[in-house]
Design a protein around this ligand. Structure first.
Ligand code: ADP
Ligand code: F6P
Length: 324
């Protein structure tokens, strides 16, 4: 009797991140080379529910690694947050002989992966988001590229702000997390960095620092603000009124989500995608692949979701000490 070929699905969900393609490639190539069939599920959980999927070959993932975005597209799917949606997705998996799924996304996508695992389809999460806000993992796919994009943009802003002796108030992504702002802020020589995790006072944390710096001959400034803090237009006006330094606000926006992934993101994505298939091959689901102490390991999804990640206060201290 012919041996039944097992099938693995792969999908990307939530906000896209540079490096997701490298993760898809690693999943597809690893699984096919180990004797699985691989189904590419389009547009996250909504494609799963609607049966929007196609069989992948070794060649389907050629020439994708250097591109940002995700070749499988992504979506936010409200229906999947309901049990009925999860059961519909489970039935689609059964009909299509899909024995396990690699879910590349953030904490929201992992919640969905847990629900589907509990419904009987083993899922393994791979952390993909530029915000690095997945509590269980030190690094997420896309984070490094996004920070490098911020550095490139802010370096350009510095050219013009220096020429005009202005203050550039720059908003970077991170609705709930300031990891991009903190690290890119240090790398861009920001005078002040505002993140949603730490309360701030404009007079103390920006105006006083700028005045001190003006006294020592500094005449242009970069202030990096995480999206979760927001209000950069108002902040620029307030800074100008209180310091006399002409100020301009810039929101970098979705540019941070695109572009060719960095080496670090490509390698991380490749290793994690490969690891995820390892787990499914052993019949292990309901896990997330994460980076812990610079090593790739896996956790139970619920345990991972319950972990807490904090902003690096020591890095913030260093940023403050060297900012003027
Ligand atoms: P991310 O994965 O980047 O955190 P979202 O929070 O938008 O992004 O979640 C992506 C998708 O994961 C959602 O659109 C939904 O389909 C699914 N999802 C999110 N939260 C849950 C939940 N609590 N239960 C089931 N599915 C969820
Ligand atoms: O993927 C994370 C993120 O880029 C956040 O930093 C940002 O707040 C959010 O996604 C924006 O998402 P969208 O515009 O796609 O809804």
């Amino acid at each position: 009797m012919e041996k039944e070929v097992k099938r693995i699905g792969v999908l990307t969900s939530g906000g896209d991140a540079p490096g997701m393609n490298a993760a898809i490639r690693a999943v597809v190539r690893t699984a096919i080379n180990r004797g699985f069939e691989v189904i590419g599920i389009k547009q996250g959980y909504s494609g799963l529910i609607n049966g929007n999927m196609e069989k992948m070959t070794l060649r389907s993932v050629s020439d994708i690694m250097q591109h940002g975005g995700t070749m499988l597209y992504t979506a936010r799917c409200l229906e999947f947050k309901e049990q009925a949606g999860v059961l519909k997705a489970r039935d689609v998996c059964i009909e299509n002989n899909i024995h396990g799924i690699v879910v590349i996304g953030g904490d929201g996508s992992f919640r969905g992966a847990r629900d589907l695992s509990l419904a009987g389809i083993p899922c393994v999460g791979v952390p993909g988001t530029i915000d690095n806000d997945i509590s269980s993992s030190e690094y997420t796919i896309g984070y490094d590229t996004a920070m490098n994009t911020v550095v490139e943009c802010v370096d350009k802003l510095r050219d013009t702000s220096l020429s005009h002796a202005r203050c550039s108030v720059v908003e970077v992504m991170g609705r709930h997390a300031g990891h991009i702002a903190l690290n890119a802020g240090i790398a861009c020589g920001a005078t002040a960095i505002l993140v949603p995790e730490i309360e701030y006072d404009v007079d103390r944390d920006i105006v006083a620092k700028m005045k001190k710096a003006l006294e020592t001959g500094k005449h242009h400034f970069i202030i990096v603000v995480a999206e979760g803090v927001g209000h950069v237009e108002e902040l620029a006006k307030e800074i100008e009124a209180k310091t006399g330094v002409e100020s301009r606000a810039t929101v970098i926006g979705h540019i941070q989500r695109g572009g060719s992934p960095s080496l670090r993101d490509r390698v991380l994505a490749s290793v994690m995608g490969n690891y995820a298939v390892d787990l499914l091959e052993k019949g292990i689901g309901n896990r997330v692949v994460v980076m812990k102490d610079n090593k790739v390991v896996d956790y139970d999804i619920l345990e991972a979701l319950n972990m807490k990640k904090t902003i690096d206060m020591d890095l913030m201290r260093i940023a403050n000490e060297i900012s003027i």
